[in-house]
Every structure is written in structure tokens, then in C-alpha cells.
Design a protein around this ligand. Structure first.
Ligand SMILES: *Cc1c(COP(=O)(O)O)cnc(C)c1O
Length: 431
């Protein structure tokens, strides 16, 4: 029997020192119960906890680690960059190189600004949208997560959703009142809302593949329809590609679906596991940011050389022939085999997937919106999670999150995962 004594002791100590014992809410495992594992190290597709237990990891640091843990090239790049100095508060060539790669890869990016997190990217893009349009309101979608800036904590996904709270105390109603949250994949709802608030909406923020209520793909025509409505109404279309950027395709979801936003938010993968984000888009809009223009945004550690080195190395490793074909193959194999196992065991699930991101919803589905995602049986999900953990498979500790497959997951890892899932399902009485 594996033991978790060290994890338990660390987590107890943490509880006295940090709210909930964690530095980000979902890490506390509130939705699935049990004592979170503290992680000692990772290598390839695996992580190892402080008691020495190994897990096949499908969290991948919540998305960034598309090359797996401690990728040798990324580690070397970080070491070399750190040895040259960790921060200068002045520009470095690496920032220019990273900006160049981003602008070449992502269709809607003509200019870009590096920041230190996805939250910062979305918060800054919203300020730019408001500054450029002179309008105050913003539309987002139920279950969409755009970081924790005040304006986005309305019917938000990810940890907010997992905790079962609709918003957050501390966000004044005057601010929250400017945010309109609508059902995902419902174009008519967007059209109605734009009509009602005509001339007042600065931007529509959307995850072009939703990843923070579990994976929910855009239905045919949804993203195209948003583009059309934004053009009609003179508001900006902002794709939050913090998860999907460099995940679902080299150029992100906008390349995959062929819809060009006015602004794009990036994070996660582009930082290679270090704290980085970026926002960018049309040149005429980006030119309004300080110091080129009047809209202010800044950061002491923005474009940090160590983080940029990790990002550059990660993106260069991804930009090889066959990378995304191989990720697509792994993702589709896994989803297909999981569906097969569910069928054999008579377990009702809906599996949503785009490329190497997927969610197994404990419901018969379909799942095209937050409303439908919430139909999932959360008790059944926690038993599934705990069962897999005991099998040495580490899933996101919430139903409303994406599993991520990395380039480091080998076919035999995927096979052992499916075998473990089938054993867990076989043992779940009444599922
Ligand atoms: C993770 C995430 C963010 C926030 O990024 P942080 O780096 O955690 O601040 C924003 N948008 C989406 C879609 C995300 O998944």
C-alpha cells in the first residue's frame, strides 16, 4: 500500500500558513476530497510525490507542460539564462525573439506585449478594449475563465466553478454589473444582448475552445458568428487562448478554426512552465498601449529573461514537423479507447476533446455549455478521481477541468491509463 504521510504532514503545516493550505484554490482538492499530494519532482509524463509515489500526469501544470516535466532542453535553457542574470528591468534580445515567434505563429497577432500571467494578459486586453472603444461593458460566457481580475469573476469557470460560487466577494457590484455572462455556444443570446446594450459593449471575451468548465468545443458557426456580431456592433472580439494557444494547433484555435480575433490572450505553454503571459493583436489597437499610446500597463518582471528562455525553447521544440499531428493522434486514441472502456463497463460518460485536451464528463451528455457540464455526477467524478489516483494516474482534481496529453506521453503510457480507467470503472459499484 502506498503511503502519504509526508504529503499529509506538509499539507497540515501549509494549512496554518496559507489560506486553504495552497497558493491557488484548485490545488486543495476541495471538490474531490482527500489530502493533496505534495510534489517533489517531475520527469516526462510523470510526477513523484514527497512520499516517493509515482503518477502518470494529465494535469501538466494545468496546461503549460506540453513537452512534459523537466524537458532537458528547457531545463538547460533556464539554467543558462539564470547564469547570465535573472532580471534586468531592461529589454533583452530573447523578448524580441519570442515576440517574433508569437507574431509569426498566431494569425491575429500583429503586435504583442509580454506579461507574467494569463490573468494579467486578460486584464490588460480588457483595459485596451475599453480604452480603444470608449465603452465599458464586456461580454463573457458562463463557465469561461479569464483569470481572476474583477471584471471576469462573474459566472466564472475553473476554481470559481469548482468551489460552487457564482462570483466573488470583493468585486463591487458596480464593476460586476458591467460584465454580461451568457451561455456558451448560444449565438442568439449574444445577438440579443448586443442589441440590448447597443453601443456599450467594448469586447466579447471567449475561450475559442472552452477549457475551464471541462473541455467544451465551439459548435459549427459559433466563433464565425461572434466575429460577425462584433463587426456589426463595433466591439472587439478577444480570444482567450491561454490554454488553446500552441495547444490545439501551432497557431492556436484561431488557426484551427480560421477565425481571426482583434485581440488574443496567451499564457501557459508560451512560458514553458515559468510565469509568462502575453496579449496582442491588431497593430492599430496595440499602438494605443503605453509608451506608444495613452493606455497604461507595465510590469517589473515582464519579459523576464529566464521565463522567456523557457518559452522560446518550448516553442522551438514544438515547431517541428509532425508535433501537432502526433498530439492529435494521441488525444484521439485516448478519447476513443476511453469511450470503448466506458461502453464495455456500461459507464455513462461524455468525452469532449480537441487535439490533446479532453474531459471525461460523468454524464450522458451532450456537453455544449456550462448548464450541460453541471449535469455531471460530481460524486461519481470524485470516486473516479480517487480510484485513478490509487492506480497511479493523476487527473485534474475537478470535473470542470481539461486533461492534457503531452509529447512525453508514450503509447504505452496511454495504454496503461486506459487499463487503469477500465479497472476503476469495473470496481465502481453502481458507477
Ligand atoms: C489559466 C487561464 C487563465 C489565467 O492564467 P493565469 O496564468 O493562471 O493567471 C486565463 N484564461 C484561461 C483560458 C486560462 O485557462
Amino acid at each position: 500500500m502506498p503511503t502519504f504521510g509526508n504529503s499529509q504532514r506538509w499539507f497540515q503545516a501549509a494549512g496554518q500558513l496559507m489560506p486553504g493550505g495552497v497558493n491557488s484554490p484548485v490545488r486543495a482538492w476541495g471538490a474531490v476530497g482527500g489530502s493533496p499530494r505534495l510534489i517533489a519532482r517531475g520527469e516526462g509524463p510523470r510526477i513523484y510525490d514527497v512520499d516517493g509515489n509515482a503518477y502518470l500526469d494529465y494535469v501538466g501544470s494545468w496546461g503549460p507542460l506540453i513537452l512534459g516535466h523537466a524537458h532537458p532542453q528547457v531545463v538547460a535553457a533556464v539554467q543558462e539564462a539564470a547564469a547570465r542574470g535573472t532580471s534586468f528591468g531592461a529589454s533583452t534580445p530573447g523578448e524580441v525573439e519570442l515576440a517574433q515567434i508569437l507574431v509569426e505563429a498566431v494569425p491575429g497577432l500583429e503586435m504583442v506585449r509580454l506579461v507574467s500571467s494569463g490573468t494579467e494578459a486578460c486584464m490588460s486586453a480588457l483595459r485596451l478594449a475599453r480604452g480603444a472603444t470608449g465603452r465599458g461593458r464586456v461580454i463573457k460566457f458562463d463557465g469561461g475563465y479569464h483569470g481572476h481580475a474583477d471584471s471576469f469573476l462573474v459566472a466564472a469557470g475553473s476554481g470559481v466553478l469548482t468551489q460552487g460560487i457564482p462570483g466573488s466577494p470583493g468585486v463591487p457590484p458596480e464593476i460586476a454589473g458591467l460584465t454580461i455572462s451568457l451561455p456558451y455556444n448560444d449565438l442568439e443570446g449574444v445577438a440579443r444582448s448586443l442589441k440590448q446594450y447597443s453601443g456599450e459593449v467594448a469586447a466579447i471575451f471567449v475561450e475559442p475552445v472552452a477549457g475551464n468548465m471541462g473541455v467544451v468545443p465551439p459548435e459549427d458557426g459559433f466563433l464565425e458568428g461572434l466575429r460577425r456580431l462584433c463587426d456589426q456592433e463595433g466591439c472587439l472580439l478577444v480570444f482567450d487562448e491561454v490554454i488553446t494557444g500552441f495547444r490545439v494547433a501551432w497557431g492556436g484555435a484561431q488557426a484551427l478554426y480560421g477565425v481571426r480575433p482583434d485581440l488574443t490572450c496567451l499564457g501557459k505553454i508560451m512560458g514553458g512552465g515559468l510565469p509568462v503571459g502575453a496579449y496582442g493583436g491588431r497593430k492599430d489597437l496595440m499602438a494605443q498601449m503605453a509608451p506608444a499610446g495613452p493606455i497604461y500597463q507595465a510590469g517589473t518582471l515582464s519579459g523576464n529573461p529566464v521565463a522567456v528562455a523557457a518559452g522560446l525553447t518550448t516553442l522551438r521544440a514544438l515547431n517541428q514537423p509532425g508535433t501537432y499531428e502526433s498530439l492529435e493522434e494521441k488525444g484521439s486514441w485516448l478519447a476513443r479507447e476511453l469511450a470503448g472502456a466506458a461502453g464495455r463497463r456500461g459507464v455513462p460518460v461524455t468525452i469532449n476533446r480537441v487535439g490533446s485536451m479532453l474531459t471525461v464528463f460523468c454524464t450522458t451528455g451532450p456537453v455544449t455549455s456550462l448548464e450541460e457540464a453541471k449535469a455531471a455526477d460530481l460524486g461519481r467524478f470524485s470516486r473516479f478521481f480517487q480510484g485513478l489516483l490509487a492506480e497511479g494516474v493523476y487527473l485534474p482534481p475537478s470535473q470542470f477541468e481539461a486533461w492534457f496529453v503531452s509529447t512525453a506521453h508514450r503509447q504505452e503510457d496511454l495504454e496503461s491509463t486506459v487499463a487503469a480507467v477500465e479497472r476503476v470503472w469495473a470496481g465502481m459499484v453502481g458507477h
